[in-house]
Design a protein around this ligand. Sequence first.
Ligand SMILES: NC(=O)c1ccc[n+]([C@@H]2O[C@H](COP(=O)([O-])OP(=O)(O)OC[C@H]3O[C@@H](n4cnc5c(N)ncnc54)[C@H](O)[C@@H]3O)[C@@H](O)[C@H]2O)c1
Ligand SMILES: [Zn+2]
Length: 360
Amino acid sequence: LPVSLPIASAQGDYAVEFFPDVDAALQAAAGLDDPFFLVDRHVRALYARELAPLLDGRRTLELDATEDEKTLAGVGKVVAFLQENNATKKSTVVAIGGGIIQDLATFSSHIYYRGIRWAFVPTTLLAMSDSCIGAKCGINLGPFKNQLGVFQSPSRVLIATGFTRTLSDLDVASGHGEIIKLMLTGPPAGYRKLKDALDAEGLRTARLPELIYDSLAVKKRVIEADEYESDLRRILNYGHTFGHALESLTAHQVPHGLAVAWGVDLVNHIAVQRGLLDQATFDDVHAFVQRHFRFTLPRHVTASELIAASRRDKKVSDGAVNLILLERPGNLKIVPVPFDAALEQQVGGYLDSFDAFRGR
Ligand SMILES: NC(=O)c1ccc[n+]([C@@H]2O[C@H](COP(=O)([O-])OP(=O)(O)OC[C@H]3O[C@@H](n4cnc5c(N)ncnc54)[C@H](O)[C@@H]3O)[C@@H](O)[C@H]2O)c1
Ligand SMILES: [Zn+2]
């Protein structure tokens, strides 16, 4: 596998760099200019030995990786930390953690002094395979996810896949949720490779580094063509309309990527109903999601609840939601779908046929 993947960005090109182990990635982080570290509290404890040389005696803020921290209150903590420790235009915010720490770092570094550099050491599968490139971030407002955001490209992304070894099974599955989304977005060979790897070896497959690289390569092609999400980039929201709704309805008890995997399955059902997707492809993806992404919802969720929650989606306008629908692997279409009886019936039909959203 290549050791780096270059990403072109209007805000400055950067690269995703792959390191053989955790220590090597952290050593690279130690060389960043005037660093201010934001670290996931849990990661700091788990990797106390590896992180000590990097963080001891340095300006470090520990944050909780919770959706409650990913709010303006959390951003307030970060910018106060930067100010109290005299961060300047030349400083670098260094995020060590998953998507939550990343989103806090992106938002905060964008607004502090109108923008300072930030770098990222992703420690979750989701962050390594999807969120670490693309410069986007989302901060939660009230019960709804990712309502506030900015674009701020990282200056460097330092990946050590070894961090995934300590992730919970649920967080590994969550990472694979975004990987499925990307593999269905890119060339069909990617989805086949993912399916082969997971069916043969399970979610902690030894082919993880390759799957991470391939996922980023798919996302790279999309974000380089449409960095600021004017059109094409919207396909990366595949699975997210009902995924976000599921997260909101369960107060974020369903991890993001897992919600996305089921959100993909649900919109695929809608795509079949609307004559876009063939039944065989639906069945294949559905069986794959069933095999690897089962979970029990904390409570039963209904079609009208899901639809009501999806109305807060950023893809809603004029009483319709722009759904990203699959035509075949590698081919997605953005379709405006009105909030009408047909939609309610299709979502209801999915919930009735499959036990995914049944809950305890
Ligand atoms: N900005 C983007 O482009 C983008 C894309 C996708 C998702 N997101 C956001 O990212 C968030 C989800 O991020 P995530 O899934 O990466 O995880 P996370 O940051 O929510 O972390 C998940 C859990 O894993 C723990 N953890 C992190 N690294 C660990 C490690 N190496 N070993 C053991 N435990 C570890 C955390 O403490 C936490 O409990 C959501 O808020 C989502 O909206 C952002
Ligand atoms: Zn996502």
